[in-house]
Design a protein around this ligand. Structure first.
Ligand SMILES: [Zn+2]
Length: 246
């Protein structure tokens, strides 16, 4: 392949811009905020599940409490009814009176036991409510922290994208100076090696840092200026400049 030396030199400008674009893309992919956001999102999701579990438990206990309160009421109503019968004086037989008094006493014990149960459920319910409130607050705080990290990420993205946009605009100007076949070769090599062209500096390929042999240097010296030279070692396009040491 042949190309004017000026067009070949433009490959170095292109390689420089491409390395800027690559660095920016790498920075975009590896922003510390991305890992931070992932970690916070996992924590927020875990807490959200725990909040639902605590709220479900509190709801179950509220229903259990309502049911136990109905039981307390039923026993209380029965005890009151018995007490009224006792107070009315309608029951006169000593045996019936003793039986009624015994039932009232038994109902009072039962009511007291059931009230204990209600109190115990209430305590568990309050603990579940407090747990749900605490976990919700933690979840909200982490979500706010994540919001901050997302803002920083977006600001960094905007800055990176602006710089990448500028580099790509410059790249378009540079590629306009390069013949299509040379550019195609450069792009192919760039896909393959990351960098498509390198300077020959002091007898060394700056792409793979290999020093060329005397025979190789002599071969390049003998080649015409518009010959497109490739590094024997890394196959990249070797661009000759006054610094090449030829
Ligand atoms: Zn090389």
């Amino acid at each position: 392949m042949k190309a004017a030396p000026a067009a070949q030199k433009r490959l170095l400008d292109l390689a420089e811009l491409d390395s800027v674009v690559d660095r920016l893309a790498h920075r975009r992919r590896t922003l510390p905020e991305l890992a931070e956001i992932d970690e916070l999102s996992a924590k927020v999701a875990r807490l959200a599940t725990q909040v639902i579990a605590a709220e479900t438990e509190a709801g179950d206990l509220a229903r259990e409490q309502a049911k136990a309160e109905v039981d307390v009421d039923a026993v209380r109503v029965r005890a009151e009814r018995d007490q009224k019968r006792l107070d009315s004086g309608q029951v006169s037989s000593p045996k019936d009176l003793a039986s009624l008094q015994s039932e009232i006493a038994s109902l009072h014990r039962r009511q007291s036991d059931l009230e204990e149960v209600v109190l115990e459920i209430m305590e568990r319910r309050e603990a579940a409510d407090a747990q749900a409130t605490k976990l919700s607050a933690e979840r909200d705080e982490l979500a706010t922290t994540r919001g901050g990290a997302e803002d920083r990420r977006d600001a960094a993205f905007a800055e990176i994208d602006k710089e990448a946009g500028e580099a790509k605009a410059k790249r378009a100007t540079v590629t306009a100076d390069i013949p299509a076949d040379l550019l195609a070769l450069y792009d192919k090599l760039r896909d393959q090696f990351g960098v498509g062209a390198a300077m020959l500096q002091g007898g060394r390929c700056l792409g793979c840092r290999t020093s060329l042999s005397i025979a190789e240097i002599n071969r390049i010296k003998a080649a015409s200026h518009d010959e497109v030279i490739r590094c024997e070692e890394c196959r990249r396009i070797l661009v000759r400049t006054p610094e090449s040491g030829l």
